[in-house]
Design a binder for this molecule. Structure first.
Ligand code: AMP
Length: 425
């Protein structure tokens, strides 16, 4: 197909776009986003990279609803991140979109205490991200693979790192220090960092818009409930405490992560039950949470369906897992009232927070002392991308807001380029 034939496919494309990359060790998620309005021009996922199942899917979000399977026709597996990106570049050239891209914005999981802001990537920044891999061994090296691959594929474009931890750098000492010997913090950076920062920031900004108040005058508790879950308390627009810690394992219970447990359990597992440290790691990160307690699934939809179907063999267990999950989240939300003098409201986001009316009701039913009471009708109606206040008029506000981390990354990358005059926006 010629370029001229492709042209009408994207009639609305005007202005500049940011390519947003979220790179894992065997996957690469990408979206092309217009930073001012958040329009996603295309998005996609390359997965099972470097294996025989490697594939890449690209979804066009403007003017087309079709999804193109490129792997089988255009690529022979196994292929790696670099090949996936070259395929994307070819597609962007073919669609006349490549010239609209002014920068690449990368989600980087751990910025330690170095980065409280989005940062233009240079050799020093890459070295720091590599050093911080000791705090995020699964994520930062994978993020670097994406950065290196994009530097090759888009050698003329500025690359920006947007850190998951950055929003939480405003936490005070009393929130980020553990009750451990102080030298562990001084010499080894052992402290709370928090994650899901771009998501908590985005939904807080949206809630402030709904309140018609500047974000700096707002205080919220935000519950990001997806496969990973975290609760953050936002005071005057800044994160002042969050449930995830030095790693994403701490805090509320999650899909496969335990969240908080008595650290003594780890000694018991090792010393009395013969677990290796690797086995404890796998147990707490991959086999616990909803999956571990239900003995069925980490997927909230599967558990809700099993709970409601009394003939399901795991019905009771599914209900137990969801009940513990909700209670621990309610406890975390209530505990964060210690960080605030005022509270504009609570925000639910993430796959579970945005969609599960049952989970929201179960959590809120335990927070009556904080004057949280849901309107049953609004709670049922606000799902599948809908946003809004689901509380009774007389109660404290409780919003459901669909998160959009990619838009934050695009927006912050664009703002950085504008303020640095490094880009062409
Ligand atoms: P995320 O990690 O944000 O993509 O969220 C994934 C979680 O959201 C999984 O546990 C899904 O089961 C859950 N989820 C997605 N849609 C629904 C739904 N309609 N009802 C309940 N949970 C859902």
């Amino acid at each position: 197909m010629t370029k001229q034939q492709q042209q009408p496919v994207f009639p609305q494309v005007s202005g500049k776009a940011i390519l947003v990359i979220n790179c894992g060790s065997s996957s690469l998620k990408f979206s092309l986003i217009q930073p001012e309005c958040g329009t996603t021009l295309l998005s996609g996922l390359a997965e099972y990279l470097t294996t025989a199942q490697a594939r890449i899917n690209i979804k066009y979000n403007i003017g087309l609803s079709n999804e193109e399977q490129l792997a089988t026709s255009a690529l022979v597996a196994p292929f790696d991140h670099q090949v996936a990106l070259s395929t994307l570049v070819n597609k962007l050239v073919q669609l006349n979109l490549v010239d609209s891209i002014v920068a690449v914005g990368h989600r980087v999981v751990h910025g330690g205490e170095h980065y409280a802001q989005p940062t233009l990537i240079n050799t020093n920044v890459k070295q720091t991200i590599a050093k911080l891999a000791k705090l995020a061994p699964l994520h930062n090296p994978a993020n670097l693979i994406g950065i290196n691959a994009c530097q090759q594929a888009f050698s003329k474009l500025p690359q920006v790192a947007v850190f998951d931890t950055a929003f939480h750098q405003s936490m005070p000492e009393k929130a980020y220090l553990y009750g451990l010997p102080f030298e562990l913090y001084q010499q080894h950076n052992i402290r709370r960092y928090g994650f899901h920062g771009t998501s908590h920031y985005f939904v807080a900004k949206q809630a402030a818009k709904l309140l018609n108040k500047p974000l700096v005058q707002c205080s919220f508790i935000s519950a990001h409930l997806g496969n990973g879950c975290s609760v953050t308390v936002i005071k005057n627009g800044e994160s002042v405490d969050t449930s995830m810690g030095m790693t994403p394992l701490e805090g509320v219970m999650m899909g496969t992560r335990s969240g908080d447990v008595d650290a003594g359990i780890i000694f018991h597992l090792v010393e009395q039950l013969g677990f290796s440290i690797k086995q404890v790691d796998t147990l707490l990160n991959k086999k616990s949470g909803l999956l571990g307690l239900s003995q069925l699934s980490n997927d909230c939809r599967t558990l809700e369906a099993a709970m409601l179907d009394k003939s399901h063999p795991k019905s009771v267990q599914a209900k137990l897992a969801l009940t513990v999950f909700c209670y621990r989240i309610a406890k975390s939300i209530a505990s964060f009232s210690a960080s605030l003098h005022e509270l504009d409201g609570l925000i639910f986001t993430g796959g579970i927070g945005e969609n599960s009316a049952w989970v929201r009701q179960e959590i809120i039913s335990q927070l009556g002392l904080l004057n949280f009471h849901l309107c049953e009708k609004s709670n049922q109606a606000t799902r599948f991308g809908a946003s809004g206040n689901i509380a009774l008029n007389t109660a404290r506000a409780c919003w459901v807001i669909a998160t959009n981390e990619e838009w934050v990354i695009a927006e912050q990358s664009a703002q950085l380029l504008t303020s640095n005059s490094a880009g062409k926006l």
